[in-house]
Design a protein around this ligand. Structure first.
Ligand code: GDP
Ligand code: IMO
Ligand code: MG
Length: 429
């Protein structure tokens, strides 16, 4: 039996949704374990596009979907997403979607604090998605968060809300010059979510354990990417959760011995939304061309994504941090038509080549990317379904990625559609 974790190796938007949707066919359960609706995962099935922010991408394959304790959930967004999926003909209900009773609830003041702080920071802002993710994880760590188990108990919910709201409002009004929240209005709004979501709430750790014992296969859906990890990313330009594979266990309540493989999703070039260092970023026509051809706009905020060459310094970092057992290379079709393709294979700092990804942003910002250049290909590869049919230069590009990462490529994606994929070695085999 296989239980596989899917992780973004870069700064998010690698195409995790597509890979999860594809592999969900072979899994019984698909689990989100961190992040919240800062994520935007796109799936394209029979020409129809679906974007999910909270519901695991296994929902289109009609698998049991679970939202683990490590996720921070905005109930307003979840209710809307369930309605959106149902309206699009995808059945969603307590039988196929389960929310951990320990998952934290995003409150109106989390969103207000997130947005007001970013405004206050001006050009020093992180460029967050403004969805209240950071402030919600802050409350979890400070032990004043509200969990789904609390949401569905009106007395406890009111008590917990009253115990934090004065402080939140004081901070919002007097420090951030922002709107305050009203307890009665929150209670009214959230009691409606509690009613609508109560039947979805469950003990995910227990259910996962029972499922694994019964021989079911689990697919873990990472959100964001390795370099947005709160510990290992380009801090402070990161998200507020651990995005690396180890958190699949903490964020779901399944022990590490049950994980059998970790697939790192690698976009064939690099993108980043929001602020923060990006050594291989392109500021020229090629960057523009990749942005346009790759339709690189954020699936959550619609912001234009910054684009650059593939960076194998960060890829190797992701291999180590996640214990990757395989790679899924996505958006390879987007690079078609370029005469030459570069790969950033090292960072030069003070005349020396750095072997490790530096923790200091001061050092990172002074690094100069070192490139290796390979010949490109002009063919449209989006119709190809067999690795041997790829043009020689495309094969060489993939081979070089494998050599540098020292991890085999198991899946190659050549278009957004589920079928626009070359599976070299299915991780569930
Ligand atoms: P995620 O957050 O990692 O799930 O990625 P996003 O959904 O935010 O962004 C990936 C975008 O690329 C989406 O619009 C996908 O439909 C699209 N996509 C995924 N794989 C491919 C591919 O191989 N080729 C092309 N052209 N688009 C792809
Ligand atoms: P998926 O799962 C790309 C980025 C934001 C910002 C930083 C912090 O679709 O790959 P946050 O709102 O989390 O506090 O913002 O992290 N970010 C993402 N970038 N893809 C994502 O998710 C992201 N989720 C957060 O742009 O720079
Ligand atoms: Mg995304």
């Amino acid at each position: 039996m296989s239980n596989i974790v899917i992780i973004g190796t870069q700064w998010g938007d690698e195409g995790k949704g597509k890979i999860v949707d594809l592999l969900a066919e072979f899994a019984d359960i698909v689990v989100r374990f961190q992040g919240g609706n800062n994520a935007g995962h796109t799936m394209v099935v029979n020409g129809e596009q679906f974007i999910s922010h909270l519901v695991p991408s296994g929902i289109l394959q009609q698998k049991t979907c679970m939202i683990g304790n490590g996720v921070v959930v905005d109930p307003a967004v979840l209710v809307k997403e369930i309605e959106y999926l149902i309206a699009r003909g995808i059945p969603v209900g307590p039988d196929n979607l389960k929310i951990s009773e320990k998952a934290h609830v995003i409150m109106p003041y989390h969103k207000a604090v997130d947005l007001a702080r970013e405004t206050m920071k001006g050009d020093k802002k992180i460029g967050t998605t403004g969805r209240g993710i950071g402030p919600s994880y802050e409350d979890k760590a400070t032990r004043i968060g509200i969990r789904f188990a609390d949401l569905i108990d009106p007395e406890i919910f009111a008590e917990k809300l009253h115990s934090v709201l004065d402080e939140k409002n004081f901070y919002l009004k007097h420090y951030l010059s922002s709107e305050t929240s009203d307890a009665a209005a929150i209670i009214e709004e959230y009691s409606d979510y509690a009613k609508r979501l109560a039947d979805y709430i469950s003990d995910i750790s227990f259910e996962l354990h029972e499922a694994v014992k019964a021989g079911k296969q689990v697919l873990f859906e990472g959100a964001q990417g390795t370099h947005l990890d709160i510990d290992h990313g380009t801090y402070p330009f990161v998200t507020s959760s651990n995005t690396v594979a180890g958190n699949a266990c903490c964020g779901s309540g399944l022990g590490p011995k049950d994980i059998t493989g970790v697939i790192g999703v690698v976009k064939a070039y690099t993108t980043r939304v929001g602020s923060g260092p990006f050594p291989s970023e392109l500021f020229d026509d090629i960057g523009d061309r990749i942005q346009k051809k790759g339709a690189e706009f954020g699936a959550t905020t619609g912001r234009k994504r910054r684009c650059g060459w593939l960076d194998t310094v960060i890829l190797c970092n992701a291999v180590r941090l996640n214990g990757l057992t395989g790679l899924a290379v996505t958006k390879l079709d987007v690079l078609g038509g370029l005469d030459k393709i570069s790969i950033c294979t090292g960072y030069e700092y003070n005349g020396k080549i750095l072997k490790e990804f530096p923790a200091s942003l001061k050092v990172l910002s002074a690094c100069r990317p070192v490139y290796e250049t390979l010949p490109g290909w002009s063919e449209d590869i989006s119709g190809l379904r067999d690795i041997s049919a790829l043009p020689m230069n495309t094969k060489n590009y993939l081979k070089r990625i494998e050599e540098l990462a020292e991890v085999p490529i198991q899946i190659v994606s050549v278009g957004p559609g589920r079928e626009e994929t070359i599976v070299i070695n299915n991780p569930f085999n």
